[in-house]
Ligand binder design. Structure first.
Ligand code: UGA
Length: 444
């Protein structure tokens, strides 16, 4: 079993740490924030991620949290799991990566520095030079990007589709590859630049699929097709596959928006205009705003209208609101003069603009509302189209931003319904207006 050091006790660092501990390794996790280190040492996880608290509890004996970089001395592998947020120019901010390199203590033997953070192509070569300049030429370097999705990170770690190991020296690659052997996944061994690009390309491709299906959804709306059926029919082609073809109100989160900007910027820094990626980003921005148009079509002016935003996290099973579509929607609605009430089962809504009221329950959120918008597909919202909700609302309109509900059932329950890329019923616009009697005389 190895002794593993991890720099950064954020989401990636902690998931990586508890999973390696679960595989039997001794893990030292170092962070610069004292409160975080203290809380983790007490067994408290500072964010919502399935299975992490249990694995932390179960492997307490193999996990150490510390502020002191000297505590990683003796570790054979040193994982870098610090964040790389975008700067104003869209480049990735690597200052935390460089802090780790600067703070590395004198290290005996041949430990390997392993980059898990998402970094621009070329970073490994620069870090290699930085290590050499610091007299740490004996420290190996490997790029081992993470492909974990929030809400299912432990499962993704334990059952990866592949493990990517990019190295300058084959022996360094080997030292990292053996760690993953028990997971029985394909290991892609390559050069460091290619490993860095695999991560950026994989995320860009996933985002491209989302923006693609969102544009198909928009064309479906214009032509009367149903994007849910279309995605099903398209996804059954084995060359295309069913994944990341769910139309909605756009992607958010701590990775996609930042990584798309970083790749776009990386390309343009190198003299290449990445046209397709620019369109993917723009489509996503416009997609978040289309809900406003849908609401206006039903309600006219949104001034003084009460709108419930149901689901605030950027996706279900997380409390993460970074770049969540709910933030853009709330801001646009406030700008239109609407009264906005938000609800989420775990996200606290602090990231929302001032002026949004937070409700403690779905019923409280929809009370007196002119429309309810499903922003995040939480399972708790599956039975939204029920009698007590309809009675509580001033106007029973559901805009389903994630195509969570069955339009036929929702309409049968007395609601007006609009999804994303799904046929609109002519009666939806005025749900409370009875069908006019047809006068056979006038028909002639
Ligand atoms: C994403 C990738 O899926 C991970 O592989 C990657 O490791 C991670 O970024 C990262 O770079 O660290 P994550 O951001 O946690 O993971 O979430 P996803 O499940 O990929 O969802 C991202 C966004 O896309 C969400 O807002 C989701 O609602 C949206 N989405 C996803 C769609 O709109 N449609 C889909 O079909 C799938």
């Amino acid at each position: 079993m190895a002794r593993i050091g991890i720099f950064g006790a954020g989401w990636v660092g902690l998931v990586t740490g508890v999973c390696f501990a679960e595989l039997g390794h001794d893990v030292v996790i170092r962070d610069v924030v004292a409160e975080k280190v203290d809380a983790l040492s007490r067994g408290e996880v500072p964010f919502h991620e399935e299975d992490v608290p249990q694995l932390l509890e179960k492997n307490r004996d193999r996990l150490t949290f510390t502020l002191d970089p000297e505590d990683v001395v003796g570790c054979e592998l040193l994982f870098v799991c610090v964040d790389t947020p975008p700067t104003y120019s869209g480049d990735a901010d690597l200052s935390r990566v460089w802090s780790v390199v600067e703070e590395l203590p004198a290290l005996p033997g041949r430990p390997v520095l392993v980059m898990k953070s998402t970094v621009p192509v070329g970073t490994g070569a620069k870090v290699r030079a930085g290590l050499d300049a610091r007299g740490l030429a004996h420290v190996g370097y490997v790029s081992n990007p993470e492909f974990l999705a929030e809400g299912r990170a432990v499962q993704d770690f334990m059952h990866p589709d592949r493990v990517v190991v990019g190295a300058f020296e084959p022996s360094d690659a080997e030292a990292v590859a053996v760690l993953y052997e028990p997971l029985d996944a394909p290991i892609v061994r390559c050069d460091v630049n290619s490993a860095e690009m695999i991560k950026l390309a994989a995320n860009a491709f996933l985002m491209t699929r989302i923006s693609f299906i969102n544009e198909i959804a928009n064309v479906c709306e214009a032509t009367g097709a149903d994007v849910v059926r279309v995605a099903e029919g398209v996804g059954l082609d084995h060359r295309l596959g069913p994944y990341f073809l769910k139309a909605g109100i756009g992607y958010g989160g701590s990775c996609f928006p930042k990584d798309s900007l970083a790749l776009k910027q990386l390309a343009s820094n190198s003299g290449y205009h990445f046209q397709l990626l620019s369109a993917v980003i723009e489509v996503n921005e416009l997609q978040k705003r289309r809900v406003i148009g849908k609401l206006k079509r039903h309600l006219g002016s949104l001034s003084k209208r009460k709108i419930a935003l149901l689901g605030l996290a950027f996706k279900p099973n997380t409390d993460d609101m970074r770049e969540a579509p709910s933030i853009v929607l709330a801001s646009r609605l406030l700008a239109e003069g609407a009264d906005v009430r938000g609800w989420d089962p775990v996200a606290d809504g602090r990231a929302l603009p001032r002026g949004v009221e937070i409700a403690g329950s779905v019923l409280e959120a929809v009370d007196g509302a002119d429309a309810a918008v499903i922003v995040t597909e939480w399972p708790e919202l599956r039975d939204l189209a029920r009698e007590e909700v309809r009675r509580a609302m001033a106007n029973p309109l559901i805009v389903d931003g994630r195509n969570l509900l069955d339009p036929v059932e929702v309409r049968a329950a007395g609601f007006a319904y609009e999804g994303i890329g799904r046929p609109v019923s002519p009666t939806d616009v005025f749900p409370e207006t009875a069908e006019p009697e047809l006068d056979p005389e006038r028909q002639r």
